[in-house]
Design a protein around this ligand. Structure first.
Ligand code: KIV
Ligand code: ZN
Length: 410
């Protein structure tokens, strides 16, 4: 899938989902993951069906280097996702990324440099001409290690578009197969972002040699809306993180953008020649794995999901008011635009209590993203029974507390 594009037939063409939970997602305060935790998330991301996993920033620390290598080796198999490492546009970073990615069947180096005036003046202290030359040279250097090279223009949405076009042109000429347009500070708006992507398509020579990618942050709550406009205008790779975790207000939430494209797939219909009524999915994501992935990421990072969070919040499929409950009982479509089952909430209706058996308990845990050994399961089940004697209904939060406690104490 690396290179120019995915299939051009409307039925099989897809928007590429690039997951950065393990890199940008992990960059939020308190969300640090160890190598085994990263590996567990990477395996689940592969089950979810993401196309690319950004496993870390190999040069940043020995732990990140090891995480990229382990994910590359254990998850980056020939049928698995592309495994990617971030690298500044600096030779030492690029070399470390290439080294860490060696075990991957399909590896990608993702190199970046800032392009906005404010970053050039205060952060890089370099002229536009210097940055242009570095971008070209470093993409070519990355290309000397592998064919699949992504190039990002950091702070693209605050960059002079004419200059942005020139940098992108040089990166493509040097061999970038994906060019990524980050809204680094979460500043853009949907119409502005859509126009930027359109401008890039129309003004960058040889743009059809690369996939246009977008990377979003949610500082003013527009990350998903910005991506929808980007897709309408030609973006074909979306960079996002599970539960929207990431720097400051976070990255574009994977589950939200994927379900927006899924629920409204006929409306967005971004592929040329695709019939308006087409039911074909727009991404490769198995949406039934979404809930499990969300719970796993929340448990391992310790980043709680707010109850009213779209798609994966505890209340996302709960109906409280009598009018809504009445409508739902008559026909679910009255107040539901998607099924709880479509994100993998199959056991939601089963209330766990003191009469529940081991099978219901274990299947609920699996739904929550836990794959326990037989011994761990037995111990957790005993604790569950103990709690169920004292408490009428056991919530998912009770179950997660039991299991987290069990895993920590065994
Ligand atoms: O937000 C950003 O600009 C980034 C880049 C490294 C892609 O995370
Ligand atoms: Zn970012």
């Amino acid at each position: 899938m690396s290179g120019k594009s995915m299939d051009n037939q409307w039925g099989t063409e897809r928007v590429i989902i690039f997951d950065t939970t393990l890199r940008d997602g992990e960059q939020c305060p308190g969300a640090t993951l160890n190598v085994d935790e990263k590996l567990a998330i990477a395996r689940q991301l592969a089950r979810l069906g993401v196309d690319v996993i950004e496993a870390g920033f190999a040069f940043a620390s020995p732990g990140d280097f090891e995480a990229v290598t382990r994910v590359a080796k254990e998850v980056g198999t020939i049928d698995g996702p592309i495994v990617c490492s971030l690298a500044r546009a600096i030779k030492a970073d690029i070399k470390a990324a290439a080294e860490a990615l060696k075990p991957a069947a399909k590896g990608r180096i993702h190199t970046f440099i800032s392009t906005s005036d404010i970053h050039l003046e205060y952060q890089l202290k370099k002229s536009k001409a210097e940055v242009l030359a570095i971008a070209e040279e470093m993409v070519a250097y990355a290309k000397s290690f592998m064919d699949d090279v992504e190039f990002s223009t950091m702070d693209a949405t605050r960059t002079d578009p004419e200059y942005l076009y020139q940098v992108l042109e040089r990166a493509i000429a040097a061999g970038a197969t994906t060019i990524n347009i980050p809204d680094t500070v979460g500043y853009t708006t949907p119409s502005e972002f859509g126009a930027l992507i359109k401008g890039i398509k129309e003004n960058v020579p040889n743009i059809d040699r690369a996939i246009i990618s977008v990377h979003g942050h949610n500082d003013i709550g527009l990350a998903v809306a910005n991506f929808l406009e980007a897709v309408k205008n030609g973006a074909r790779q979306l960079e996002c993180a599970v539960n929207g975790i990431g720097e400051r207000a976070g990255n574009t939430a994977l589950e939200e953008i994927v379900m927006a494209l899924h629920v409204r797939r006929q409306y967005f219909n971004p592929f040329l020649g695709r019939p308006a009524e087409s039911e074909a999915p727009l991404t490769n994501i198995d949406t039934r794995e979404i809930y499990r992935t969300s719970r796993l990421v929340s448990n391992l990072t310790g980043m709680l999901v707010q109850p009213n969070k779209a798609i994966v919040g505890a209340n996302a499929f709960a109906h409280e008011s009598g009018i809504h409950q009445d409508g739902i009982l008559k026909n679910k479509l009255t107040y539901e635009i998607m099924d709880a089952e479509s994100i993998g909430l199959t056991n939601n209706q089963i209330v766990l209590g003191k009469h529940s058996g081991r099978h219901a308990f274990s299947s609920r845990l699996q739904e929550l993203g836990f794959n326990l050994s037989e011994t761990e399961l037995n111990k957790a089940f005993l604790r569950f029974k103990d709690l169920a004697d004292k408490k009428k209904d056991i919530s998912d939060w009770d179950l997660e507390a039991i299991v987290n406690d069990e895993i920590k104490t065994t």
